[in-house]
Design a protein around this ligand. Sequence first.
Ligand code: AMP
Ligand code: GLY
Length: 430
Amino acid sequence: MTQKVLVLGSGGREHALLEALSLSPQAPLLFVAPGNAGCYTLATGVDMKADDVQAVLDFVEAEDISFVVVGPEAPLVAGVVDALVAKGILVFGPSQAAAQLEASKHYAKQIMAKAGVPTAGYAYCKNAQEAETALSQFTAPYVIKEDGLAAGKGVTIAQTLAEAHEALARAEAKHSPVVIEEFLEGVELSLLAIADGTVAIPLISAQDFKRVGDNDTGENTGGMGAYAPVPFVDDALLATVQATILDPMMKTMQAEKAPFKGILYAGLMIHPNVKPFVVEFNVRFGDPETQVVLPLLQDRIDVLALLMDSAKGDLSSWQGVRALQEPTQKAVTVVVAAEGYPQAYATGQVIRLPDALPKGVNVFHAGTNRLPSGELVSVVGRVLTVTAVADSLFEARTQVYGAIEAIDFPQSFTRSDIALKASESTSLVG
Ligand code: AMP
Ligand code: GLY
């Protein structure tokens, strides 16, 4: 019987997920809600919000959907997985309780403490007064995080006390509690592990470029580009992460009666001769990491089968499958963003894509819409993620930047240094 699969979300991650699912030998019939213009080339668009739990339930029932894949965090936090499971529908992603690992930085810190997982020391502050008092226990640079979902933008690294006070004032204006943390030195690594409630298996490592400007300058964003695999990740590092982070987290979440299924995304800080520290957990595929991880997996494994086994709670047949961590090629993705992002930017900008793309290049749509006239327009800040798969990072980045040159989207920008250092060196670089 043909699988009917619904993907929830509308970004580049969801376009990449649909691409990987479309290549499954099971040849599923794909639906996406709400999706974007790129997603609609692979799936039937459904006009509903991804976090409208009742609408999702109604659609799944009406269309006889057999499997739901949740892309972003908002529907997870809204409890869409719990609601679908209660109706007997197979769904990829963690429960509402387990999704708190991303929704609340305070909860994540408490679980890490119980699990004995290395992470920065912190103070949880309910209001500005508590935060001002706690600040004196820390030294610059100050790491200040608003407690709640912030699409990667609720974190300030303040070099001075004055900047720290400004960040606290911004949080206070939103009545947001904050977490103040020790600053961790090192290079960041995104390790996305697929989990079935009991075990978590790491996927191909990736590095994300969070700052808006070249050489990691400017504000934090949702991510401006990524590459995979990361040259310094070897079996020894993976074994350490498994033993000191993934296994204890899986055990502790079980003990908390919130067993973790789906993607446990460990944002790690790696420093020579120091064990890896957790910067944050996300509870879903990373964006734009997915746009480099899946293209390296999809030709070698059945991504639909992998996600379904996670949802069924049994990844035992995937243990020891080297293709999950060891790609034969390399991938680079670069985000094409609207001028002004992550601050105010214009939408409705017309984009013209080239008719043909070189082999190995894929333009994942992150925020696009097609007008009745047929024109493609931008709808959010991160508009496209252009990915290339090649034999080397150098070749992949050359192809990506070449393809971006051929895109007509005047009021846009990219970072010019995605994967630059890694393409030149295999040592610890970021
Ligand atoms: P988060 O949303 O917690 O991932 O934070 C966003 C970004 O801020 C991270 O990807 C890091 O680049 C940076 N960051 C967060 N926490 C720390 C920390 N304790 N030390 C150094 N950098 C951090
Ligand atoms: N790329 C970072 C994230 O998905 O949160």
